[in-house]
Design a protein around this ligand. Structure first.
Ligand code: NAD
Ligand code: TYD
Length: 349
């Protein structure tokens, strides 16, 4: 039986990866290591928490000696590392948390693997990263695996730094690493600080929907289960020392996305057309707001036969349905500090 460490498994993407691996691979023991920050939520894994091949360990990846002790105890065969501080806006207001979790945390895991793994045969250290490391595009062009890094927010700079360290540990120590850089994910269990669940939550509660700047920034959206599928493929079939870009070929200007979401919400909530769109409010732009991200995912499509399964309209509809059907989940994650943080944030343009 192989034992796989998945870090950040109580978060948005991590919970989909943990669920997929626990269900699909009964021969693997899945250890989910997470320190349950505001974004970590064990309710995301209720349906699999009693499975015999699943174990949760509450631990902080910034604790280096503890990581080594856990590597010794569990004898992990592989690592899928997702734990991170993940929101650009928070990285602007509190950059140091990103430095500790994303850079120091990643190095601690690399060190534990390097020192505790006796030989690297059949081992694998897989780092989950973002397309934001490549910087920002103009109106045309794509990010390729060999696009030069040009991170521009504390979040993307911390992820770029961790990617560099992962590659350095491969180059210097021969640690068997692999990296993927994915575009914006959406779907169930995403914390309502990111655009889509935040807008769903606000529309549902008749609160304003904040659109930064002029709403002209562009993101390439991918349904989270398509990302989890790509992670599964790369973990099992990706080549050591390689990088894979993952994206939906699904670019949306923020304001167009929000308009589409408003139409879906009006329909689902049986409100008259235009009700939700009335909540759209242009607010002060994000500092250093990257204009456009777009991924070329030809490599993973060609080499690992991956492709996104859902059209955006369908994925967005499914996502809205999930949030509306899971009011209790939303209520639990939007109490206390959440209100303070999000009510303060917006200044009208
Ligand atoms: P998330 O914020 O929903 O979840 C992050 C998880 O990591 C949480 O459960 C949190 O408790 C845990 N965590 C944070 N700091 C930790 C620490 N010090 N020790 C242990 N656990 C810690 O994030 P997400 O959106 O699921 O992103 C997961 C990974 O995927 C991140 O590495 C992110 O950079 C990357 N990524 C995200 C996206 C996206 O669109 N969300 C796109 C590409 C890549
Ligand atoms: P976000 O979901 O924070 O992801 P990222 O910054 O990693 O791309 O934001 C997606 C886009 O939506 C980004 O261009 C910023 C914008 N945005 C808003 O216009 N309003 C909001 O309330 C949020 C959270 C984001």
């Amino acid at each position: 039986m192989k034992t796989i460490l998945i870090t950040g498994g109580a978060g948005f993407i991590g919970s989909h990866v943990v669920r997929r691996f626990v269900k699909k691979y009964p021969d693997y023991k899945i250890v989910n290591l997470d320190n349950l920050t505001y974004a970590g939520n064990l309710a995301n894994l209720r349906d699999i928490e009693n499975e015999p091949n699943y174990e949760f360990v509450k631990a902080d990846i910034t604790a280096g000696e503890l990581m080594k002790a856990l590597f010794k105890k569990y004898r992990f065969d592989g690592v899928i590392h997702l734990a991170a501080e993940s929101h650009v806006d928070r990285s602007i207001s509190s950059p140091m948390e990103f430095i500790y979790a994303n850079i120091l945390g990643t190095v601690n895991l690399l060190n534990a693997a390097r020192v505790i793994w006796e030989d690297y045969t059949d081992k694998r250290f897989y780092h989950i990263s973002t397309d934001e490391v490549y910087g920002s595009l103009g109106a045309t062009g794509f990010f390729y695996e060999d696009t030069a890094y040009d991170p521009r927010s504390p979040y993307s700079a911390s992820k770029a730094s961790s990617d560099h360290l992962v590659r350095a540990y491969n180059h210097t120590y021969g640690l068997p690493t692999v990296i993927s850089n994915c575009s914006n994910n959406y779907g169930p269990f995403q914390f309502p600080e990111k655009l889509i669940p935040l807008a769903i939550h606000n529309i549902k509660n008749n609160k304003l929907v904040p659109v930064y700047g002029k709403g002209e920034n562009i993101r390439d959206w991918l349904y989270v289960e398509d990302h989890a599928n790509a992670i599964d493929l790369i973990y099992h079939e990706g080549k050591i020392a390689e990088t894979y870009n993952i994206g939906g070929h699904n670019e949306w200007k923020n304001i167009d996305l929000i308009q589409l979401l408003c139409e879906i919400m009006d329909r689902k909530l049986k409100r008259s057309a235009g009700t939700s769109a009335n909540l759209i409010t242009y607010v002060k732009d994000r500092a250093g707001h990257d204009l456009r991200y777009a991924i070329d995912s030809a490599k993973i499509q060609r080499e690992l036969a991956w492709k996104p399964s859902l059209q955006f309209a369908e994925g967005l509809e499914k996502t809205v349905e999930w949030y509306l059907a899971n009011e209790e989940w939303m209520k639990n994650v939007t109490t206390g500090d959440y209100q303070k943080y999000y009510d303060k944030q917006y200044t009208k343009r």
